[in-house]
Write a protein that binds this ligand. Structure first.
Ligand SMILES: [Zn+2]
Length: 346
């Protein structure tokens, strides 16, 4: 891990229900699980992969979900689906599944207000600040990949740091949603960007390494890639493991560990600028999952802590998880190395 790397602790009174209303999430999950069987149900069409973080072939099955196998890497402890659908099958799924349509029609729109207040403002501040500290001042273009919450562009636009603002193959078109001018562009036309973001996308890529390399191709030298994803190193996933109710195929093919993310970034020719887990919901998620699923048996200490200690104790633990990168919501900033820098690393 790099010396300059940042860790961040935040608190904003975020509640799980504000971002992911239970009724919407459960319908989205129900459709996803059904569609996954329909689109990817034929085992002959699935392909085996090495660890998507460190490329090790040394892996073993640790749990199954809806007939898909989740494997754990012996080297970096990332957890991932293998065999998995091919990139083409995934592209077809995202273009044509009912779950995808549902996400666009309900999920993103209905939760936009809570998201904007809690997440988008802090995402925009985060990106602006890191760009000021570590970005390439010559490259000021910003692009968001497969935009789900177009309101991010109003938050970014208000900072007057990036210009132009681009959305690449958006899930929700910013036209009519944003007040800020945003160009809709295709992925293959993107080049020379100062900053690119992808929120909750890495977990469902067929190959996170190919994804990072393609982002690298669209960045200027010294350009920054900002992404958020779920990490298996987080408290709630470690406690709930195969019983985690909000992990499913194909949304969560890659649950990379904190160590795995660092290895992935390095082998794709980037420098790690920040890898932090500012998640605020691990304890609440564990509590909800255990309440709704009697088959989940929490470790006695966790059950005792949840039942017999107050909010303050729970928040102290959550803060500890953030500080030591043990929450499952991870955010990462990586910087594209100049060609000469890549050469010296080889
Ligand atoms: Zn690995």
């Amino acid at each position: 891990m790099t010396r300059r790397m940042k860790r961040v602790v935040v608190s904003s009174g975020l509640r799980e229900a504000d971002i992911r209303p239970p009724a919407l999430l459960s319908e989205f999950k129900r459709l996803s699980v059904q569609d996954a069987l329909e689109f990817f149900g034929d085992p002959a069409q699935l392909v085996e992969v090495n660890c998507p973080a460190c490329d090790s072939p040394d892996t073993r099955v640790v749990f199954t979900k809806n007939e898909f196998f989740y494997r754990c890497c012996s080297v970096c402890r990332s957890v991932f689906v293998s065999p998995r659908p091919t990139s083409d099958a995934l592209a077809n799924y995202y273009a044509n599944s009912r779950a995808s349509r549902f996400r666009v029609q309900h999920y993103s729109r209905d939760t936009a207000k809570a998201r904007r207040y809690h997440l988008l403002t802090s995402h925009a501040e985060w990106m602006g600040q890191i760009y000021d500290e570590a970005g390439n001042p010559e490259a000021r273009g910003y692009a968001d990949l497969n935009t789900c919450s177009p309101e991010i562009f109003d938050e970014i636009g208000a900072q007057h740091i990036f210009q132009p603002l681009l959305t690449v193959d958006p899930l929700l078109d910013p036209t009519g949603v944003c007040e800020t001018a945003v160009q809709v562009v295709r992925r293959d036309t993107l080049a020379g960007m100062g900053a690119i973001s992808a929120f909750e996308k890495v977990e469902h890529q067929f190959s996170p390494a190919a994804y990072l390399q393609s982002v690298g191709g669209a960045l200027a030298d010294g350009g920054l890639f900002f992404f958020t994803t779920r990490t298996i190193s987080g408290f709630d996933l470690q406690i709930l493991w195969g019983k985690t109710p909000y992990i499913f195929v194909p949304e969560h093919l890659n649950l990379l560990s904190v160590e795995g993310i660092a290895l992935l970034v390095e082998r794709c020719g980037f420098e790690l600028i920040e890898l932090s887990t500012p998640g605020q919901l691990d304890l609440e998620l564990v509590r909800h999952a255990a309440k709704n699923d009697p088959s989940i048996k929490l470790p006695p200490f966790i059950a005792y802590l949840l039942e017999n200690r107050d909010q303050e104790a729970h928040w102290d633990l959550q803060e500890y998880l953030q500080k030591h990168r043990l929450s499952s919501h991870v955010r990462v900033v990586i910087k594209k190395l100049q060609k000469t820098e890549v050469a010296t690393h080889e």
